[in-house]
Design a protein around this ligand. Structure first.
Ligand SMILES: [Zn+2]
Length: 695
């Protein structure tokens, strides 16, 4: 049996290594797509179909389509996502795979398949076929298309059709959730809350966090159990279909937990955990008890080495503020993150050889609970030579831990952004001293002179990226350091220091007193992570739109808006989750940023998509933004376009638009989209449009 699996795996690996997996999820942005049936040579225009497997969006280099009422999807999307090996037999143009010990064979353009040699008709007689699609780069791509309904039925999976967004959702067979148990203090060795959900069988769970604390709300951790029927015995806590479990003393910073059936097609049960404190989470299936287990525990999400202030630095991203213990052994520093699970690298232990100047390697693994009585993640950093506790220093900023390995001096300088409108700067002094402060009104320049006898600093430009300080640098001036801060317009400073610490508080009054201070705009940079979006010759859509989104964030914040980003790094967020974030925060407006593409290089210009035709909702916002974009960018006006099946426009409950900033497939426009000044103009334009709509 083992051997057989290996053979299947080998076939799968061969197929996988073929250069066909340049994923892109552009099609949902298009009204129709054109494909040619390679058998008949007929070209048809189809509405694209999106695919979700186990609650996650799936991408492929050609779109899913519907033919004769049946959905056909590229073979790799379904089999590779499900982790099921399949075999392609070129001589007979057959696709073979196994399910429950049965051998299933389909053939291109044959409306019949065989199951263990027995002939069966495919649903509606829709056969697998090879379709040709013209990619954005003009290349012709031939892909094998298979009918979803037949494959999911023989694989014993469930499939649902979400007509609103033209999405096919494939899941494990439906299960029932029959009990919810909350444990707040498990035991001394498990001092984290646990939510146990009794299920009739394992289900797939997806999750995301709404970082409400960032914008003055509560954090919410949302876990969605896919294809799960909620059937908990009725209780007093049930109201409007929502089971509420209050946590009386707000222990662990948790206020309440809600469990509800939030969707019937597909069937989704949602668990929402309201938090007054940032918490991490981990989800697993306990096969012994038949429970899905949600643990509110810190998770170590990312570990990497990068240069910060010209210093080799280990950066640990956690889901909450972690407890840390440092020990040194010869040339290795062990950092124990106590009360945590490893999520980075999918929890798989690894050693990375880095060979930097100082850091030679890093490794990480889960230690178990023996050493500290709590689950612990150990991260070890090996340096070029033996070290002591004085050879590094650590700083915690929110949920991020930075461990610096400076080659010479320690840095006593700190700049901390407190919120949108205020920040502090401080410099530790080794002895009490007098120091001089001067302020140049016209240049808005604050200067501080410190003798080198009282502190150690490195000369550097601090990369401030906020609306409080425009530039910040430390200048080495012989016997002194000069710290020079250029304040943003309307920022004031206050000296809050003492003789042993030089410190300042900065406040941007425009932002602090803004009429928009309670207006929350959710900015959604399209695509990200495994989904590059449109792929240009020089740049990918996901990169352009993130740059644009970050500039829009800065512009809106400088005008006093509250801003929430669905993503601010190169990561993929599910489309439904993006909309849920905005809904969960009761955002005022939602703006999704994308770049367009087309086969051929001539298409150009900007357009804004909307779903609701009312002028005081989506269409009004789209029109206001489009007008400003055309004016500022002097780009071709493609107008505002109604599109009713886009998830982020359809599922959001506030005025929502999707901006197509320009064509990445047009060489001249691609260059513009890569130009920061052009994106700054676009950000100004979008912000103007938002203000015009709100007036
Ligand atoms: Zn896009």
């Amino acid at each position: 049996m083992q051997k057989k699996i290996m053979a299947w795996m080998l076939i799968c690996i061969i197929i996988l290594s073929a250069p066909q997996l340049s994923f892109a999820n552009k099609y949902s942005e298009f009204e129709t797509v054109e494909l040619t049936d390679t058998l008949t040579g007929k070209t048809g225009s189809y509405q694209p179909v999106s695919l979700m497997i186990r609650g996650e969006d799936v991408f492929s280099d050609t779109p899913g389509i519907a033919i004769d009422g049946r959905t056909l999807i590229p073979i790799s999307s379904v089999f590779i996502e499900l982790g099921i090996p399949f075999q392609w037999i070129p001589a007979t143009r057959e696709i073979a795979f196994e399910s429950n010990g049965k051998k299933i064979v389909m053939q291109i353009n044959n409306p019949y398949a065989t199951i263990d040699g027995k002939k069966v008709e495919l649903p509606n007689g829709v056969s697998p076929r090879v379709m040709q699609y013209k990619g954005a780069d003009g290349k012709l791509i031939d892909r094998t298309y298979v009918p979803v309904a037949f494959i999911t039925s023989v694989l014993d999976l469930s499939v649902s059709w979400i007509a609103d967004t033209r999405t096919v959702a494939i899941n494990r067979k439906a299960q029932t959730l029959s009990a919810v148990d909350l444990f707040w203090r498990i035991s001394a060795t498990r001092p984290y809350p646990e939510i146990r959900l009794k299920v009739s069988g394992e289900v797939d769970a997806t999750s995301f966090v709404v970082r409400g604390l960032d914008v003055g709300e509560k954090d919410k951790t949302i876990i969605e159990l896919q294809n799960t029927q909620l059937s908990v015995p009725s209780s007093a806590a049930l109201k409007d279909g929502v089971y509420t479990y209050n946590v009386s003393d707000g222990i662990f910073g948790i206020e309440k937990v809600e469990v509800a059936q939030t969707s019937t097609n597909p069937l989704i049960t949602r668990v929402t955990i309201y938090q007054n404190m940032r918490r991490g989470h981990d989800i697993s299936y306990d096969s012994k008890t038949g429970e899905m287990v949600i643990r509110l525990i810190n998770t170590v999400d990312q570990i990497n080495v990068r240069e910060v202030f010209g210093t080799e630095t280990l950066v640990i991203e956690s889901s909450q503020n972690p407890a840390l213990n440092y020990t040194v052994s010869k040339n290795t520093l062990h950092i124990d993150v106590i009360g945590s699970y490893l999520h980075h690298n999918q929890g798989v232990p690894e050693t990375q050889i880095l060979g930097q100047d100082r850091i030679k390697s890093i490794s990480y693994r889960e230690l178990g609970s023996e050493m500290y009585g709590l689950d612990t993640v150990r991260i070890s950093v090996t340096l070029d030579k033996d070290m002591t506790m004085d050879d590094f220093f650590q700083e915690t900023i929110g949920t991020q831990t930075l461990v610096y390995f400076p080659s010479h001096k320690l840095n006593n300088f700190q700049y901390v952004k407190l919120n949108n409108s205020s920040a502090t700067m401080s410099i530790d002094l080794s002895q009490e001293t007098m120091y001089s402060i001067s302020y140049d009104e016209t240049m808005r320049k604050l200067s501080l002179r410190l003798s080198k006898d009282v502190t150690y600093l490195d000369a550097f430009n601090y990369p401030t990226n906020d609306n409080i300080i425009e530039s910040l640098r430390v200048i080495d001036a012989d016997t002194h350091y000069v710290i020079e801060a250029v304040l943003a317009p309307n920022t004031s400073y206050e000296h809050t220091g003492t003789m042993s610490m030089a410190s300042f508080m900065f406040v941007n009054k425009t932002i602090q007193n803004s009429t928009y201070r309670d207006t929350l705009i959710v900015i959604d940079a399209g695509h990200g992570g495994r989904d590059p979006g449109a792929v240009g010759t020089l740049v990918q859509e996901k990169t352009v739109v993130l740059n644009s989104a970050l500039l829009l964030q800065k512009t809106l914040e400088s005008r006093g808006f509250k801003v929430y980003m669905t993503r601010s790094t190169d990561e993929y967020i599910n489309l439904y989750d993006r909309a849920s974030m905005a809904n969960g925060l009761n955002a005022t407006l939602f703006v999704s940023i994308h770049a367009n593409s087309h086969t051929g290089t001539s298409a150009n210009g900007v357009e804004v998509l909307y779903a609701n035709p009312s002028m005081d909702s989506d269409k009004g916002l789209a029109t206001a933004i489009q007008n400003e974009l055309v004016k500022h960018l002097k780009a071709t006006n493609r107008g505002v376009v109604q599109r009713t099946n886009l998830v982020v426009l359809r599922e959001t409950k506030m005025p929502a638009v999707l901006v197509e900033l320009g064509f990445i497939s047009n060489p001249a426009e691609q260059l513009k989209l890569m130009d920061e000044n052009y994106l700054k103009l676009a950000a100004e334009a979008m912000a103007n449009g938002i203000e015009a709509f709100l007036k």
